[in-house]
Design a protein. Structure first.
Length: 654
């Protein structure tokens, strides 16, 4: 086997067709999909032009579609003029002014319904308030807030006046916030006194104050939302309360009409190693795919209640909370707090209380809630749910089946969506009224998305189930435009191979006999065992398929003989095994993996903990796991960990 081949060892044969009653009312049916795919193949640019004319309201229509003169810095619809906030709010007012745009529920149980008219008025008041501070087109505004409706209002207000927002997840440390402020040269910061998370107050303003102590001279104004009401420091001349800023402001604000390529936002990757990357997205191209995928993938209708559980600090919260659902005139749910406060039934109670019809969450949340058993979801009425989705990482088949059986009650399609911060929107995913699904597969690329799996030479891999590099061969409207302030890093990071012709996703993948995509893990999460390259996701899926395991993460460490050894971090459904019980469990799991995959994939080291090191968004900090596996000193920032105790457990110190 070539060292460049990636072995696929996971076999999954279960298949689920879309329910007939769902198919009958689906927005996209088989004939529609066939026509869209054919158009995209025959006239790629014409396909995207038609989509942009159909879904986006333009102040000035575009006449050019794709400009590739400076590839890979592509430009879409560049002579068109629009405003994203107008597309999300104003264009609905004639028919939907009284319709609920946002249902907000705080962790402590407070609930607010905001109509499209109310949302318009609040966005305009804040937009006018920001303009009164001298903030306008092209200025960068950092948003560091709890997961509240006001976070979305702040994003929309920036879009309305042409300011470029950069949302920083409220779980990030002062140092992380400082890095992002400095890199963006932001002139304003919108924050809150604090937020409610895990039955505790998250001290946002104090973290912001600490961040602003150095390297943030560009910040002239700090707008502070009063959320928790606890005492905070207000610096005269710099800080202003949100309610004071909007008091007396007009509820009308003419949108700033911007060119299609005007940056809508920057979103920084976590930067766990090296300088954080400011992913820059355009206005028109991003908006188009946000609209398109909310309609196609989530089949959103006028009476749907859509709940994407992601924080707006991440791209999922941008596209499937703050922009996409509003742009199609839907009702979106926002929840402030943790999924287990006051108990593990909180998500299901919210679905019941607000009659959620479309539910979109991360596999890590599904696995975490699986651990509490079936009783919590079974005690709530989830009959309103008609469609389920997953996002953020590959979902292991057993978690998929639990989601299907317990949450969907075996009647809801599941859309397992593959995409990235850089892609802006869903790229490879089932269409719920068309696609037969397989647990663990993100299935097929959307029309207009030229995905493929290629070998080291950039050649398409035609052999079924042979792994390679996942690439996108043609530009698409919602792709990132550059890394803020660093065009060369953009080229080096995303177009480093294949003569710069293909966008390199950073994932390994395979296609099965039906052409379905299976994500095998990040390219840097491939382990090389005696010359055999294995995707870590498949080993993780094998472990989680064991009836005593709820979650697992696999990394590698150097091995004198094999090159690399597999290290597995495991969370059991019952109490964490210790001593002789742990030794017995290690052998049981090693044998299990050997039976499921083969001896080559048996973990050399298995460690148990009560949880995995995750950020408060639910992302597993895999670089931290690699550091632990190799016995190295932890030097990366761990301030965003939900529970630092698990690190000590994985190190064998607790």
């Amino acid at each position: 086997m070539s060292s460049n081949d990636i072995s696929s060892v996971l076999t999954e044969n279960r298949r689920f067709d879309p329910p007939a009653d769902f198919v009958s009312q689906a927005r996209i049916k088989a004939a529609d999909l066939e026509a869209l795919v054919k158009q995209a193949e025959q006239d790629y640019e014409g396909f995207w032009a038609d989509q942009a004319k159909q879904h986006v309201n333009w102040k000035q229509p575009f006449s050019t579609i794709l400009n590739a003169d400076n590839a890979p810095h592509y430009r879409w619809f560049e002579d068109g003029v629009l405003n994203v906030s107008y597309n999300c709010i104003d264009r609905h007012l004639a028919e939907k002014a009284d319709k609920t745009a946002i249902i907000f529920e705080g962790e402590q149980g407070d609930v607010t319904h905001i109509s499209y008219q109310q949302l318009h008025d609040e966005v305009c008041r804040l937009a006018n308030g920001l303009k009164s501070l001298g903030i306008g087109k092209g200025d960068r505004v950092i948003i560091y807030m709890p997961m509240t409706a006001q976070a979305v209002i702040a994003m929309q207000a920036c879009a309305r006046i042409g300011a470029i927002h950069s949302v920083v997840f409220g779980g990030f440390s002062a140092e992380s916030l400082r890095d992002r402020i400095a890199d963006a040269s932001a002139t304003a910061l919108i924050t809150a006194d604090g937020g409610n998370r895990g039955a505790k107050v998250v001290e946002l303003k104090s973290a912001a104050d600490k961040a602003l102590e150095e390297r943030c001279d560009s910040i002239e104004h700090v707008v502070v939302l009063k959320r928790t009401g606890h005492d905070i420091n207000i610096q005269a001349g710099r800080d202003v309360w949100w309610h004071d800023l909007v008091a007396g402001q007009a509820s009308e604000c003419e949108p700033e009409w911007v060119e299609a390529e005007h940056p809508l936002f920057l979103l920084y990757t976590s930067g766990s190693t090296g300088k954080p990357k400011g992913i820059q997205h355009s206005s028109a191209g991003y908006l188009l795919s946000a609209i398109q995928t909310n309609l196609w993938v989530f089949d959103l209708k006028d009476d749907d209640i859509f709940w994407c559980t992601a924080d707006v600090g991440w791209i999922t919260g941008h596209t499937y909370v703050a922009y996409g659902p509003l742009a199609v005139g839907a009702t979106t749910v926002i929840y402030e707090g943790a999924p287990v406060v006051p108990d593990a039934g909180r998500f299901w109670k919210i679905c019941q209380d607000h009659k959620v019809t479309v539910f979109y969450t991360a596999p890590t949340a599904i696995r975490a809630l699986m651990k509490f058993g079936d009783d919590y979801p079974s005690s709530y009425d989830l009959s309103s749910i008609r469609l389920l989705g997953t996002v953020g990482e590959p979902i292991n088949p057993e978690a998929w089946m639990w989601y299907h059986r317990v949450i969907g009650r075996e009647r809801c399609p599941i859309v397992d969506t593959w995409w990235q911060t850089e892609t802006g929107a869903n790229m490879i995913t089932p269409l719920p009224g068309v696609t037969s699904t397989k647990p663990g597969s993100c299935t097929l690329a959307l029309p207009g998305i030229a995905a493929d799996v290629v070998n080291e030479a950039g050649e398409s891999i035609t052999e079924a189930n042979k792994g390679g590099y996942l690439v996108i061969k043609k530009p698409w409207p919602s792709m990132l435009r550059t890394i803020w302030g660093d065009d060369q890093r953009y080229v080096d990071t995303y177009f480093p191979k294949f003569d710069g012709k293909y966008y390199l996703c950073g994932d390994s993948a395979r296609k099965d006999e039906d052409g379905y995509y299976w994500i095998m893990g990040r390219i840097d999460d491939v382990v090389n065992i005696s010359g055999h390259r294995l995707g870590t996701m498949e080993v993780e899926s094998s472990l989680v398929a064991h009836d005593k395991v709820v979650e697992a993460a696999v990394v590698s460490r150097p091995h004198d003989v094999k090159g690399e050894a597999i290290v597995a971090f495991v969370i059991c459904k019952d109490e964490r095994p210790v001593g002789a019980d742990a030794e017995t469990m290690v052998q049981e799991l090693r044998n299990w993996v050997g039976e499921q995959i083969g001896a080559i994939a048996k973990p050399d080291d298995i460690r148990f903990a009560e949880g995995l090191p995750k950020t408060r968004s639910g992302k597993i900090m895999r670089r931290l796991l690699r550091t632990i596996a190799r016995g190295e000193e932890i030097t990366s920032d761990t301030s965003t960990l939900e529970n630092e105790q698990v690190v000590l457990q994985l190190q064998g110190k607790a």
